[in-house]
Write a protein of this length. Sequence first.
Lengths: 253, 345
Amino acid sequence: MSLLGAGILKGMAVTLKNFIGSYFDKERLNTLEYIWQTDKSLPKRAGDYPKEEGEQLRPTTTVTNYSRNFPMLLHDDGEPMDTIRCVACQICERECPPQCIYIEKSGDKKERPGSKPQFYPATFDIDVSVCMSCQICVEVCPFDAIVMNSQFELSTPDRFNGLLLKRGDLLKSNQYYHKIHPEEAASRDKRIADDKAAKEAKKKAAEAAKEAKKKAAEAKAKSEAEANSKEESKDTSDTSQVFTQPNKEEGTE
Amino acid sequence: MDVKLDGETVVDLKPVFGYLHRNHEKIAENISYLASMPFTDRLDYFNSMTNNWAYAIAAEKLVEIEVPERAEYLRVIMAELTRLVNHISLVGFFVNDLGALGTPLLYAFREREKILDLFEQASGARMMCNYLRFGGLRCDVPEGWLDRTRDVVDRFPKFLDEYEQLLCENEIILSRTQGVGNLSRDLAVSAGITGPMLRASGVNYDIRKVDQYGIYNRFKFRVPYSEDNVGDCYDRFMIRMLEMRESIEILKQALDGIEEGPVMGNAGKVFKPKPAEAYGRIEAPKGELGFYLVADGTPKPYRFRVRPPSFINLTVLRDMCIGQQVADAVIILGSIDIVLGEVDR
């Protein structure tokens, strides 16, 4: 150490550089705006986000396309309750680590477009004061019915009922999902379509196989029947041989 | 801390903890294996990615799942970014304890912010990532993420240079940390200390080199450790600064080596291991983080035990503090680098 206090002066020079830089240097301002935001329509700063009526529970929106906050239920185009994807299988309720989901299964089945009648959740509550945003429910759902929302302004003066999200609050359209998580929604939709196609192909293959099997069985049966009949005819011929000597030539043919 | 004093000198000291106890291990015995993953985030809430990894390694040992190549690379990248986050905020908090209020800590948090943004883009959450799964990762990183990571990694050394200039030669820091809170090599080894604290006491021991878990055998990196047998607060502070440089080296190699591919191995839908036991450990930023699992053939673990580095490193606090000034006890505690979420679980 050459001069006492040189280290302190050096440090102060760094502070001064940072202080001045904080007014000009974009690199030192990164906490003020979300510089890597891919979607330019999303808010630049907290505070100037768009407010939409109807679509959202409260006037609020998302920060980035990737953030997650609390779960929501998806429905396809049409009336929310007619096209809800959830079939109240209650897997998410069982798997939820903090046990914050409460589901009651409906007594009756409802018609769905493009599938057979299914149960639906008569009650679907999520206590967001308990939820820890872990996304396990999204992963275990076999119907892609539950995904993560990114609403973050959920503060309320009512600590118990205000933070208990009901089915109506949780239901969101697939378009909304596409809006808040474009990449994830696109890949999910693709996977659903692929699965469906694969299923249909499998079904078709199964049907074809069934058909083929049926045909084979029929053919087999036919051939067997033929063989049987031949044998039978043989038998009969034999018997005929035994019993009816005069018709021998006919019988052997 | 219960501290007995003679004037300003510490005569006896006892850390009192347990106020953040959340019953993690018992809860884990009553839920499925996968459902414990988000709880591991909350152990050491600065380093959720490495906590996930240690748990995933333990579970993968139970059922022997292969992890795809890309997932292994991404795990290394995440773990090393986590190490940067942890060490940079530790240094910030440490000098904050010294009395340098605000400035160094906020510089550290400014850099941490960039890495947390990366975590958010990959996993959806900034701190409670819950990103790793048994046999891989929950999802692949979004498009362009690797380029952004490279950008952050390339800029980081510049910040470290600046930070070292700010702190490492500062006379006040030198006089307050050198010779304070000494931890000898023998005591560190016999107390089971791990991580940067052990290396600061002069033991060359790093689980990344010893176990070579994941794909750490592919990377060329050095393990910094102190050569003298002092192990004071300044050593512990400098070890972290040096480790960050090595993390950047690993990150650069990993970003060069990563290739396209799947990120999830063929783990079945239901995780139900046969009766067995497994211990998975990694070099977490704070030391050896281990998970011990006993499976009994059901979808829930029979026993779930965490070996937390913070807790075990905290046990030598008394030995380091006796005979020191009361104002130094705060610095010594800061230099251990504990997170109470992990101490109490």
